[in-house]
Design a protein around this ligand. Structure first.
Ligand code: ADP
Length: 426
């Protein structure tokens, strides 16, 4: 067999020399055995030699030219792992592991390769431990390099996402402030108009002014929610703690949702169990009220007319939080699929078609801007508490329902730390 055609600027290399240089541990007999079995192939640029995910069993040693080794990231993007040129090999991983190809390989210029099939490679590996070791070492090094590259890429993507998120938060803050000033002016004018005898004497005009007042109040609430979410994300949420009675907070929230419940003809039960006494916890009552209102208003929104909602309070022991107040809000609504259980607490994350978005606050399935649960999450986290949802899944025919759980530690983190340390020193 003659020297390989030199398609590019690479020097012409005899296959025997190439094998000896690439795998110095091969004996002369093993090289002759290989020379009998291998195929020498020259491919133009753009030919796929390996395809990610495919079961293929050819091992390649590049003689001349260049290939690119890459993985598919998504439909439009590839992640380039490395380039493989003269003297380098690829394709051994899938053969040794008897697994599909972990990456794709494509020629990027005219490339000549020595191709070895699986039985030949396996025979050689079983005869030559040094060769097996060298290959293992190379494979492990590549794996480690791939891992490091992946980690670097992940880190970069994470930093980019963080920058984008920060830009989004800046935008929210500027927009919310820009909206708040004219809104305050409009609300002021609307309340002046509402007192003018020329208006109060006309039911039609009074209705118009009421509409203006309600509309601006709703806008104001959304703008404030946007600012709350921005503060939570920037860790600028200030909380003012004082001894707070949870049964009082729960009763207050239950009272506030009465008009919405009446409008939607839903039954509501407040189940305080034996916890009617005002047991106090150190908390920001206004913030807890706000968090519960978001969860309760969602329960109303995502439950059909005539459905029912139960809010319960129990005290229980938790591994990490120790004695905790457990508030559960269970509804008979549309439910939530498992894949969204974590994501719904992210700002602006909402389900359903945006086209079906409704600006109504409590109409059935009136999806809002996706801020409510992000605020609830921020408020509960600010109390070192936990919030999560349980639901068998979404179904707007059978209404499997959802239960939102809130766990609030009765003792502060410092007190709990003290308890742990005392336990440790006993
Ligand atoms: P939104 O303003 O859209 O109500 P939230 O942050 O309050 O935003 O909720 C996020 C999403 O979680 C909602 O769009 C809704 O799809 C889902 N969700 C929240 N609470 C419930 C519930 N009780 N039942 C069913 N789905 C819910």
């Amino acid at each position: 067999m003659g020297a390989l055609a030199d398609s590019n600027s690479d020097p012409i290399v005899e296959p025997v020399d190439l094998l000896a240089r690439a795998f110095p541990s091969l004996t002369e007999d093993q090289i002759s055995f290989l020379m009998d079995k291998l195929r020498i192939q020259t491919y133009p640029a753009g030919v796929m030699l390996c395809t990610e995910g495919a079961y293929e069993d050819i091992f390649y040693l590049v003689s001349s030219g260049m290939t690119v080794i890459y993985k598919k990231l998504n439909d439009n993007e590839d992640l380039i792992l490395r380039y493989s040129g003269p003297g380098e090999f690829f394709g051994e991983m899938a053969i040794v592991q008897a697994a599909p190809r972990a990456a794709s390989v494509r020629t990027i210029e005219e490339t000549t390769v020595l191709e070895v099939d699986k039985p030949t490679l396996e025979t050689l590996l079983s005869q030559n431990a040094q060769l097996a070791l060298t290959m293992m070492r190379t494979t492990f090094n590549r794996q480690r390099e791939n891992d490091q590259n992946t980690l670097r890429n992940l880190r970069q993507s994470y930093e980019t996402l963080e920058r984008l998120d920060r830009a989004k938060l800046d935008f929210i803050e500027v927009t919310a402030h820009e909206l708040r000033t004219p809104l305050t002016v409009m609300r002021g004018y609307a309340s002046i108009l509402a007192m003018d005898p020329a208006i109060t004497s006309s039911p039609t005009l009074m209705e118009v002014v009421d509409g203006m007042s309600n509309g601006t109040a709703r806008l104001h609430e959304i703008v404030n929610n946007m600012l709350d979410v921005q503060r939570i994300d920037m860790k600028q949420m200030t909380i003012t703690k004082s001894p707070t009675s949870l049964p009082v907070i729960l009763r207050g929230a239950a009272q506030d949702i009465q008009p919405a419940l009446a409008e939607r003809k839903q039954q509501f039960t407040l189940d305080l169990g034996d916890n009617n006494d005002p047991i106090y916890i150190d908390a920001d009552g206004a913030l807890l009220h706000k968090a519960l209102m978001q969860v309760l208003l969602n329960a109303i929104k995502y439950t059909p007319d005539g459905g029912s909602i139960v809010m319960g309070l129990r005290y229980e022991e938790h591994d990490m939080l120790q004695t905790s107040a457990h508030i559960a809000v269970a509804d008979t609504g549309i439910g939530i699929d498992q894949e969204h259980h974590k994501l719904i607490f992210e700002k602006f994350y909402r389900l359903g078609d945006v086209a079906n978005h409704s600006s109504g606050k409590i109409a059935f399935k009136a999806g809002g801007p996706g801020l409510g649960l992000a605020i609830a999450f921020g408020a509960i986290s600010a109390h070192s508490g936990l919030i999560w949802v349980e639901s068998p899944g979404y179904n707007d025919v059978t209404f499997p329902g959802s239960t939102f759980h809130v766990l609030l530690p009765m003792k502060s983190r410092v007190e709990r730390q003290g308890d742990f340390e005392r336990m440790g020193s006993n």
